[in-house]
Design a protein around this ligand. Structure first.
Ligand SMILES: CC(=O)SCCNC(=O)CCNC(=O)[C@H](O)C(C)(C)COP(=O)(O)OP(=O)(O)OC[C@H]1O[C@@H](n2cnc3c(N)ncnc32)[C@H](O)[C@@H]1OP(=O)(O)O
Ligand SMILES: CC(=O)C(=O)O
Length: 540
């Protein structure tokens, strides 16, 4: 049986700290959710702000095509407008929030209402009877306007525990109002799966309409709770992509979809939708301007990354020995990491592109070198391009493309700006001079930059571009520095990892030294070496 997936990334997800989608972001995410086959997309709270009310007008005109320009109508999903039950003491038809739902023209409206008597009397400060009327009237009004109506029973599980009789009356009021589906919400995220199952079993005889589940993740079990509710008869799961949302977030619909499809044999999404879960997860992180969560189940970069030597040995023989599913099924990929925890199998898997055969002695030599360098502070799992260069050196196929003769970096700052109150000090002047040998030529070149590494990079590139013009297409995209043994104060070693890119590839290189400039030089030099070998076809 199909389980409906109701995405609230654009409403409850936006309630997550630091999350703020622009209108265009919302339209793009809507388009991708629709492509994957999500059933419902809760686009926003039209009574809350202009952006959300405009969203519904724009979706009615069409969502952006993700590949190529133009707009298109939704193909799979229905868009949902969110609001709350009418305010106390007024008719539903007079309530501005409900009017905003009607004005949104969304075919489906979800209204949230109070289940927990504590919230009714102490937060809303209305009588228990008035709250029942607010629920009933609001739903009846939206139904009279021709909408499909879902009722989010806020704090359902806590409310039922506190006063099951009253909680049941609120659900009956929704049904009397003509609701199409009741959604049981674990709003505070404090319930465990056994409470979800027991509460649903207890209320079920009173629920004559289909029901769904909406869980928050405050106990880190929102996905488990959602799956449990499906076992107990829920036909809809509400959640957000990557679990973003208020406080600790919502049930991660990516994991919910994957578990329902792959573990429980339930039908979800459109054909091919499960295979795009990794894509949508990363897309939403990008638009939300959030870092990917490497350890995220199913779709994280590390979800199928094998590091321990014994694991890699086994995975090389039979992949599912250490994988619960084939990563490709959710659009992810297997990765083999190299580190001091590796065995020969990691090295063999990482060097297949060099066609080294199964030369055990060579694998052992490369492994020993990795272990030795990692003991000095290198970390090759973060710098796969430097690992490739290490392999080339160990197999005797490395020819340096340039030789460092000398570099000199100056950072100069004077007292300007310090004397006049309120003035900001000038930026330091940074210059680097680099002397390198390229073939028979000696190049002595100076460069400037925003900081010492930028100046060094500019000078080194300037020195090498005459011999290797392809370096002008390469750029530095990320620079990370980390103190390795911080207890040793200024004598501590630092590890620099640089990410570089050209029009085709992105690669990472590493340097380690007591001196941050020297560590940066090593990583920059490796980045350039890698680019030159790659462009010459010498990395296969
Ligand atoms: C569980 C959830 O996530 S529900 C969704 C929560 N999301 C949001 O709150 C984001 C959008 N919210 C907003 O933009 C604003 O809070 C608005 C527009 C909804 C309301 O703004 P304001 O009118 O300024 O009220 P404010 O936010 O301070 O307080 C909420 C009001 O709604 C009332 N209220 C809360 N829930 C309900 C409900 N289910 N039914 C009716 N009234 C309710 C409260 O009693 C309070 O009114 P009061 O001050 O008269 O007692
Ligand atoms: C409706 C909702 O977001 C909640 O109860 O958590």
């Amino acid at each position: 049986m199909r389980i409906q997936l109701y995405d609230t990334t654009l409403r409850d997800g936006s309630q997550g700290e630091g999350v703020n989608f622009s209108l265009q972001d919302k339209l793009l995410i809507t388009s991708m959710l629709d492509e994957l086959g999500f059933d419902f997309i809760e686009g926003g709270f039209p009574a809350s702000n202009e952006k959300d009310s405009e969203y519904f007008q724009r979706v009615a005109e069409g969502v952006p095509e993700l590949h190529g320009g133009g707009t298109r109508p939704l193909a799979n999903a229905k868009v949902v407008a969110f609001g709350m039950t009418r305010r106390k003491g007024i008719a539903a038809s007079e309530d501005q929030g409900l009017q905003a739902l009607v004005k949104s023209k969304a075919p489906v409206c979800t209204v949230v209402g109070k289940t927990w008597d504590l919230h009714v009397t102490e937060v809303l400060r209305v009588s228990l009877e008035e709250n029942l009327a607010m629920i009933r009237d609001s739903i009846a009004y939206l139904k009279s306007e021709g909408r499909t109506v879902f009722y989010d029973a806020e704090h359902f599980f806590d409310g039922y525990q506190a006063n099951p009789d009253y909680a049941t009356k609120t659900i009956r009021a929704a049904i009397e109002g003509g609701v199409d589906m009741v959604i049981f919400c674990d709003t505070n995220g404090g319930s465990l799966p056994e409470k979800i199952a027991a509460t649903i079993d207890s209320i079920r005889p009173h629920v004559t309409v289909p029901f769904g589940i909406h869980c928050h993740n405050d106990c880190e079990v929102a996905v488990a709770n959602s799956l449990k509710a499906v076992d107990s008869g829920a036909v809809q799961v509400q959640g957000t992509i990557n679990g973003i949302g208020e406080r600790c977030g919502n049930a991660d619909l990516v994991s919910v979809a994957a578990n329902l499809a792959l573990k429980k044999g339930r039908q979800v999404l459109a054909e091919g939708g499960v295979g795009r879960l990794t894509e949508i997860s990363r897309y939403v992180y990008e638009l939300a301007n959030m870092n990917f969560r490497n350890g995220q189940p199913f779709v994280g970069r590390s979800a199928f990354a094998h590091k321990g030597g014994m694991h890699v040995h086994a995975v090389n023989r039979i992949a599912h020995s250490y994988e619960h599913i084939d990563p490709a099924v959710v659009g992810n990929e297997r990765r083999i990491l190299v580190s001091e925890l590796s065995g020969r199998s990691n090295i063999m898997a990482k060097t297949t592109k060099f066609n080294l055969g199964d030369d055990n002695a060579l694998m052992k030599r490369i492994l020993d070198r990795v272990v030795e360098l990692e003991a000095e502070g290198y970390q090759f799992e973060a710098a796969e391009a430097s690992f490739d260069l290490l392999v080339k050196k160990e197999i005797g196929q490395y020819e340096p493309k340039f030789r460092r003769l000398h570099y000199h970096v100056v950072v100069q700052m004077d007292a300007s700006g310090l004397d006049s109150p309120g003035a900001r000090p000038a930026l330091p002047m940074t210059q680097a001079t680099v002397k390198v040998q390229v073939g028979n030529r000696i190049e002595l070149v100076a460069g400037e930059g925003d900081g010492p590494v930028n100046a060094l990079d500019n000078a080194l590139r300037k020195a090498l571009v005459p011999a290797y013009p392809q370096l002008s297409t390469m750029r530095l995209v990320d620079y990370k520095v980390r103190v390795i043994n911080s207890t040793e104060g200024t004598a501590a070693k630092v590890r620099v990892v640089i990410e570089s890119a050209d029009d085709q590839d992105v690669w990472s290189t590493i340097g380690v030294s007591e001196n941050v400039i020297e560590a940066s030089w090593q990583a920059l030099a490796d980045a350039i070496d890698y680019k030159l070998l790659k462009d010459n076809g010498q990395l296969t």
